[in-house]
Design a protein around this ligand. Structure first.
Ligand code: SAM
Length: 309
């Protein structure tokens, strides 16, 4: 990525560096808090899909401010497929949230206690095929929900990234089975051009016995409106809408300081503006997928004059 690339000139990318956050995503969680006050009275929290760790940084700061110096800190468990550089006060687990073993490891850390808040900023590597990306993202969210059902206390809050695609209303309806209030929120720092938004699920309902080994939300959908064995009827043979009492329209809110920075704002490039100064990353990636490529390139493996290239 060149020094003048649009990402490096992005206003939230730069603010993150100035304030010591590992990623610009930190502002998304901060903006969600401005609207929903999600950190109030939170003692225990799970950060799913946490690397490189800017949400964990926000959680550490917000959950521990106004605490007496000798009081124990909030419990924060962070999980990601990728290794994450250590953060003081954060228990880190390297694992796949779709795997039962990872879910069990998270649950073990709470030693029978329950979390007040579960957040998930998980995203698969997008392919650009919107239907496929939306499906994989929804599966990640359901894996996060499955874990949440085991660790969240009744009345607790679950927040997760979603892609606002064709089938998103079904997801809202499904989440409403478990939470009294489900809102779709778009933080000011989330780019307008992105289909990304966050579901804020408040007031976790009690009385449900989750099972890690059974697929969540595996309803027998009707294939025709007259299918007697089905519990839910699709609209027009489609699966993405529920009908009758099951149909719920979730509110959509934009959050964060709406008179603050626009997510599409960019600084001028250092190539054209002498006052723009480039700085180094707060936390370089611990195990970047492109490391082997860089090593090969440094070793001249892609040198056009090398034999066999
Ligand atoms: N919230 C993070 C922060 O503020 O630094 C950024 C999260 S990043 C957008 C998405 C993360 O999801 C990646 O680090 C990726 O490794 C993780 N991820 C994707 N699929 C996962 C899975 N199945 N299990 C665990 N982590 C996963």
């Amino acid at each position: 990525m060149g020094k003048s690339s649009a990402l490096k000139r992005d206003v939230f990318f730069r603010s993150a560096k100035e304030e010591g956050y590992r990623a610009r995503s930190a502002y998304k969680l901060l903006h969600l808090d401005e609207q929903f006050n999600i950190f109030a009275n939170v003692e225990r929290c799970v950060d799913l899909c946490a690397a490189p760790g800017s949400w964990s940084q926000v959680l550490t700061k917000k959950l521990n401010e106004n605490r007496a110096a000798d009081a124990p800190g909030a419990t924060i468990v962070a999980v990601d497929l990728q290794p994450m550089a250590p953060l003081p006060g954060v228990i880190e687990i390297e694992g796949d949230i779709t795997k039962t073993r990872t879910a069990e490891q998270i649950i073990e850390h709470f030693k029978g206690g329950l979390a007040d808040l579960v957040v998930c900023d998980g995203a698969p590597d997008v392919t650009g095929l919107h239907d496929l990306d939306e499906f994989v993202q929804a599966q990640l969210l359901l894996a996060a929900l499955n874990i949440t059902l085991h660790v969240l206390r009744p009345g607790g809050t679950f927040i997760a990234k979603i892609f606002r695609g064709r089938d998103v209303t079904l997801l809202y309806d499904q989440l409403r089975c478990f939470f009294e209030r489900v809102t779709c929120a778009k933080p000011r720092s989330s780019r307008n051009s992105s289909m990304e938004a966050f579901v804020v699920c408040e007031k976790f309902r009690s009385g449900f016995s989750p099972d890690l080994t059974k697929p969540l939300l595996d309803f027998p959908y009707a294939t025709t409106p007259t299918d007697a064995n089905a519990t839910l009827s699709p609209v027009g043979g489609d699966r993405n809408e529920l009908v009758g009492d099951m149909r719920i329209i979730s509110p959509f809110v934009a959050c964060g300081d709406l008179s603050g920075f626009d997510s599409e704002t960019h600084y001028p490039s250092s190539a054209t503006s002498p006052s723009t100064v480039d700085s180094t990353p707060i936390q370089p990636p611990t195990a970047p997928p492109y490391r082997q490529f860089m090593e090969l390139r440094r070793g001249g493996a892609f040198d056009k004059s090398a034999p066999g290239v």
